[in-house]
Design a protein around this ligand. Sequence first.
Ligand code: GLN
Length: 237
Amino acid sequence: MKLHVVHIYPNEMNTYGDRGNLLVLEKRAQWHGLEPVIHYYSAGDLFPKEVDIVLGGGGQDSAQSDIQKDILRIGNKLHTLVDAGVPMLMVCGTYQLFGNRFLTVDGKEIKGIGVFDVETIGGAKRLIGNIAVETEEFGTLYGFENHSGQTRLGQDQPELGKVARGNGNNGEDKTEGARTRNAIGTYMHGPLLPNNPQLADGLIRLALQRKGATVQLKSIDDELAVRSRQNAAKRSY
Ligand code: GLN
């Protein structure tokens, strides 16, 4: 069975090797006996027709500003996919653009597409360091954050999880990321999925459920990831 993975803005939005998330999904899909098909979407392209999972990475304020016009152009398309339950993982800069708006530290407004009811305001102090987040659905997630933006959730906007160590959305309210249907926004780089294979499989499982597929995921030898998680658990901020 094919699994269509769309990576949006791979060149502009790829700080800290967030492309690693794509490599993990591709590999794990293969190990589960699926046939991953990777699509790259860049500004001005036609959006791929077949979409099972969408990924987006982090980026500098300037890169976010560069893609702003294009992401607003495809905003309706992305909303339709979210409403249809397509799983998505949007990291840092793309997470902010999936919110309502980002006011940069230089006072520039970058409009977002509002998949998440969140607003981000750039602060003088960057929030940088190792982060651990407790989630209901995916257990503990380990990552690395580096952002000037401080994000606040709208009243009815669920978070992805609670910060156990680090700053998360804003360093104050202990929330991290956002979740709308199966779309996830997060500040966690790392990249995130190598250290959190349960989240990678969670995205694959959600994608298969949406397709009505009855494929059982295989048990994968995750010894290296387990060891890496043990190290991450010991790391200080
Ligand atoms: N430019 C944004 C910020 O600093 C996002 C950074 C990132 O994607 N790492 O808040």
